[in-house]
Design a protein around this ligand. Structure first.
Ligand SMILES: Cc1cc2nc3c(=O)[nH]c(=O)nc-3n(C[C@H](O)[C@H](O)[C@H](O)COP(=O)(O)O)c2cc1C
Length: 466
């Protein structure tokens, strides 16, 4: 019999008060307001590692949600991703108190040029001994664009074009700029590193010009584990070429299955194997010792869940709360408002009341389950085997109770069923944990082409003439 697929288990976090479960920061003993404290992150990291999580996945945005009701006021009132802090900066504190927990860090390719980011991620990969991943985003908020000198959002497919070149620069720095044996540390001869084994990259492209060499020496993974979330054609082609773990949201099981199928096909198109990509879905899990305990928790979450917060997060360009509930959506939204909600399709026949009901529930995303540990484990197994995901990013309703409940109630059942590791391997990088094939990008990944300086211009003149 084939071995059972093991769950990749991540916690979905953000360095802010209200990430996705808006309104729930008000739950008794919720620690969300402590996100400015280093102790918050230290306690969280220890909890997750003791509980057997693979990684903490840190979302990020670099602007406010200011489309709904024409301003950021709703977001500000809700603590909706503002205030927020830089996700990368909390990683060393968590790494210092753990040995195995991985870190997925979100960063956008649209606004800050690649050289400094390559250096920061290499530094983090060194400090964590190979435990970092990067969630590559291109940023969707108009306010983010205005924060970085643009007049409005950079056009969608153009953002992916920039991202593609961005990654090219990074692979040249991470994979091509230093040979593994460049550091000699020869005290007698007073030679720290060998200049013959370190090279400039002389990247000269449409969006970026970077000479190099990369400033950090090669870290354990060199290129950190690459994540992205997408469903669009441009994003799928990008993921097929670059991404190792795709993070999927989406409204339904079928949507997730289609995403998996499309990205795997794009990976094969890009010369990779279909299984070079893993899929992690948002996991909305509300667990109790009994079904009724779980349902009572869910009812409390629903009661405190903020519809205003969810509408602002969805960046609705119109305000459904301003219409009588029986109004048909088709009668109030214009053609150009079709982008309602970033992850939502709109049916013109639906009423405003029905539409709003979808925003009032705490259980979110395609994978939502409420019940006993056995029921939750059954649903997770079904998603692993029937839908084809490889893991979940556990959505937090309460910090730290969501993670604590999962660890106490669900982890033992998943372990018993052979779906979750019982211990960490002593010295594993994040990539090795996920793929079991070593620390580095596989040879057939596009980024591997620069190893040893291959495919790099010999000098500056060659870069500018080529
Ligand atoms: C589950 C999930 C989490 C995401 N997290 C972030 C995030 O933290 N920051 C961000 O800027 N975008 C985030 N996004 C948005 C994606 O990066 C991307 O813009 C979105 O999936 C649309 O991609 P597409 O236009 O290629 O289909 C997330 C998307 C999903 C589905």
């Amino acid at each position: 019999m084939a071995e059972k697929k093991r769950l990749i288990l991540n916690l979905f976090e953000m360095n802010c008060v209200s990430h996705i479960t808006h309104g729930l920061w008000r739950l008794p003993d919720n620690n969300r307001e402590r996100f400015n404290d280093i102790e918050y992150w230290i306690e969280l990291a220890k909890l997750l590692e003791d509980g057997g999580f693979d990684a903490v996945f840190l979302a990020d945005v670099v602007g406010t949600y200011d489309v709904f009701r024409g301003s950021a006021d709703t977001s500000i009132r809700e603590g909706l991703q503002i205030p927020n802090n830089d996700p990368a900066v909390v990683v060393p504190a968590m790494a210092a108190v753990t040995k195995h927990l991985g870190f997925g860090i979100t960063f956008s390719t649209t606004y800050e040029p690649p050289f400094a980011w390559a250096r920061r991620l290499s530094t983090l990969d060194h400090l964590t001994k190979g435990r970092v991943g990067w969630n590559i985003v291109t940023s969707y908020l108009p306010n983010a664009a205005r924060n970085f000198g643009h007049s409005g959002e950079v056009e969608h497919d153009h953002r992916y074009e920039i991202a593609d070149e961005y990654l090219d620069v990074l692979y040249k720095l991470w994979e091509g700029s230093w040979d593994d044996d460049a550091i000699l540390a020869d005290r007698e001869g007073n030679v720290f590193a060998d200049p013959a084994k370190i090279r400039a990259i002389f990247h000269h492209g449409k969006h970026f010009t970077v000479e190099g060499p990369h400033l950090p020496s090669p870290s354990r993974q060199r290129t950190p584990l690459l994540f992205s979330a997408t469903a669009s054609a441009a994003g799928t082609a990008f993921a097929g070429k670059h991404t190792e773990v795709v993070f999927t949201g989406g409204p339904t099981k079928e949507f997730v299955q289609k995403t998996i199928e499309n990205v795997r096909a794009a990976a094969v198109e890009a010369g990779r194997a279909a299984h070079d990509v893993r899929f992690v879905a948002i996991g909305s899990v509300i667990v109790g010792r009994t079904q009724s305990e779980a349902e009572a928790k869910r009812a409390e979450f629903d009661r405190l869940s903020s519809v205003d917060g969810q509408l602002a997060h969805a960046a609705l360009p119109w305000d459904p709360t301003a219409y009588p509930p029986e109004t048909k959506l088709g009668d109030v939204i214009g053609e150009d408002d079709g982008g309602i909600g970033r992850w939502r399709d709109v049916d013109g026949e639906q009423t405003v009341g029905e539409f709003l009901a979808g925003f009032s529930q705490a259980g979110r995303g395609p994978f939502a389950t409420t019940g006993t540990p056995e029921k939750v484990a059954d649903d997770i197994e079904s998603w692993l085997d029937d839908v084809g995901i490889d893991g979940i990013n556990l959505l937090q309703y309460h910090s730290y109770d969501t993670a604590k409940d999962f660890i106490e109630l669900v982890v033992p059942v998943l372990r018993e069923r052979g779906r979750l590791r019982t211990h960490y391997d002593e010295s594993e990088s994040l990539r090795d944990r996920v793929f079991g094939a070593g620390d580095r990008l596989p040879d057939r990944h596009y980024g591997a082409r620069y190893r040893g300086g291959t495919h790099l211009p010999a000098d500056r003149a060659a870069a500018f003439s080529g």
